[in-house]
Design a protein around this ligand. Structure first.
Ligand code: FAD
Ligand code: 2HG
Ligand code: ZN
Length: 462
């Protein structure tokens, strides 16, 4: 359906400026991968919920479209305008409003790493961690229902968010469990859940009440080398059994991903010298050094792998993590990355990477890595050279073939990154007509003038 929005004029600029800071900064138009570029010259930078509400109220009346933006680290083009939509940046809303009974209250623009440090000082930890922690915001994490490296231990972020404050399209401020911040509250519909993972299309999240776990006194990491994906799966199964309650992460990457990181970051080292097909990184987090160490050493003994090493200290453990967390950056440095973030049954997870290698032209980089414990594969494909045509040709080789394979296997075409503008046209393949109709109704109800993050999440025809 075609929508006609107003264009921002001089009187709009004056009205917005009377509400909050307004800047014209082209860097907000470009996403982290430099794949998607908008052409907005209006970035509003509110500091308070009241300012967010006033901006939305004004834009709704004038039918001016708005893109909420946090740290702009999203990987599906959701945080940048498609055309010249106004950008609403939450970066100045970065207060931490206190911690009580294991629930922390924060403004949406708080950077994840800052929240984690604040919590650490008080004996707690954020229930999520991701490679973009130094830039992404907790509001963006909530809006994308981000997964990441601690999912195996703490589950979906959705499960840790106990309440939100949200400004809806017409500027109404909803207190959806934020002020009480209760872990248990079954009075009526869980409205806050609607906004988690809605990628800025239903409202602007202004504050978050987040249940946080106690931090772990003892953290260990180990790296294993495996010659087959069967062995990789064996590591997960054995780690679940042997490490049990202290298992906190289980990640894997293949030799192509490893090669890319080692080439991109000269300081990176891999303590295992071999060139095996896979590495698996296992982390444990517990409270008793001897007990935890014994469990991890037991794992080393129980496993059928080529080689393995336990990091002797925190510095060496961080070096192991760098090998895994540096992959995204390393891939981006090689050119335009065709990214697939897939949920797949574990037994078929790596077949897709092998089949992709068989389909693409020689010298194409095909790397497979991801969150083994969550059956979440990241498949990154980069064409050889800088030729734009080669990229189009590569896309035609990869799509829709990859999506067909994933859907045949009852997988998900977006496990944790969302849909944004990159995968929204696929939604009708992933959801039934009845589900799509309900989503459409919801969008109309919450945002009847469609000002919030247009052209994202829902398929273009909706
Ligand atoms: P942005 O990129 O600014 O926005 C993302 C989406 O949320 C957009 O649709 C935007 O409109 C909306 N949004 C932002 N703030 C708000 C708000 N306050 N209210 C309403 N809507 C809002 N993701 C994972 O899930 N797991 C990972 O392991 C992971 N690792 C990553 C590693 C790297 C190196 C990078 C670059 C990205 C990674 N990501 C990962 C993707 C990304 O970091 C996450 O999606 C993150 O949650 C986005 O947060 P952000 O603040 O940058 O949001
Ligand atoms: C990760 O797990 C992120 O490293 C990014 O989700 C994956 O860049 C990617 O494809
Ligand atoms: Zn990931």
């Amino acid at each position: 359906m075609k929508r006609f929005y107003s264009a921002v004029g001089a009187s709009d600029m004056a009205a917005l400026r009377s509400i909050c800071e307004v800047v014209d900064d082209p860097s907000y138009n470009v996403d982290w991968m430099r794949k998607w570029k908008g052409r907005s010259s209006v970035v509003v930078r509110p500091r308070t919920t009241e300012e967010v509400s006033a901006v939305l109220k004004y834009c709704n009346q004038r039918q001016l479209p708005i893109v909420p933006q946090g740290g702009n680290t999203g990987l599906v083009g959701g945080s940048v305008p498609v055309k010249d939509e106004i950008i609403l940046s939450t970066r100045r809303m970065d207060s931490i409003n206190g911690l009580r009974d294991g629930v922390v209250k924060v403004e949406a623009g708080v950077i994840l790493e800052n929240l984690d440090s604040y919590l650490k000082d008080q004996g707690f930890a954020a229930p999520l961690d991701l490679g973009a922690k130094g830039s992404c915001t907790i509001g963006g994490n909530a809006a994308t229902n981000a997964g990441g490296l601690r999912f195996l231990r703490y589950g979906s972020l959705r499960g840790s968010i106990v309440g939100l404050e949200v400004a809806t399209a017409d500027g109404t401020v909803l207190d959806a469990g934020y002020s009480t911040g209760l872990r248990k509250d079954n009075t009526g519909y869980p409205i806050h859940e609607l906004f988690i993972g809605s990628e800025g299309t239903l409202g602007v999240i202004t504050k978050i009440a987040l249940a946080v776990p106690a931090s772990s006194a003892v953290v260990n990491a180990a790296l294993f080398s495996c010659e087959s994906f069967n062995q990789v799966r064996g590591v997960l199964a054995t780690a679940r059994r042997t490490c049990a309650e202290i298992l906190s992460a289980c990640e894997f990457f293949d030799s192509e991903a490893r090669r890319c990181v080692l080439e991109y970051e000269p300081g990176t080292t891999d303590p295992l010298g071999d060139d095996a097909a896979f590495r698996v990184l296992v982390e444990t987090s517990g409270s008793h050094a001897t007990h935890d160490r014994e469990k991890l050493e037991g794992l080393l003994t129980d496993l059928d792998v080529l080689d393995g090493v336990i990091a002797p200290d925190a510095t060496k453990a961080a070096q192991l993590w760098r090998l895994r967390e540096g992959i995204s950056d390393a891939m981006t440095s090689r050119g335009y990355v065709h990214k697939y973030d897939l949920s797949l049954p574990l037994e078929h997870m790596y077949d897709l990477v092998t089949q992709t290698r068989d389909r693409v032209p020689p010298n194409t980089t095909v790397a497979g890595y991801g969150h083994l414990g969550d059956s979440n594969l990241h498949l990154n494909v980069v064409a050889a050279g800088d030729d734009e045509n080669a990229n189009y040709e590569l896309a035609a080789v990869l799509e829709p073939w990859i999506f067909d394979r994933v859907l045949e296997l009852n997988g998900s075409i977006s496990a944790e990154h969302g849909l944004g503008q990159s995968k929204n046209s696929l939604l009708s393949r992933a959801k039934s007509p009845a589900m799509l109709a309900l989503m459409r109704k919801l969008k109309h109800t919450m945002d009847p003038r469609h000002i919030l993050n247009p052209y994202k999440v829902l398929p273009p025809s909706i």
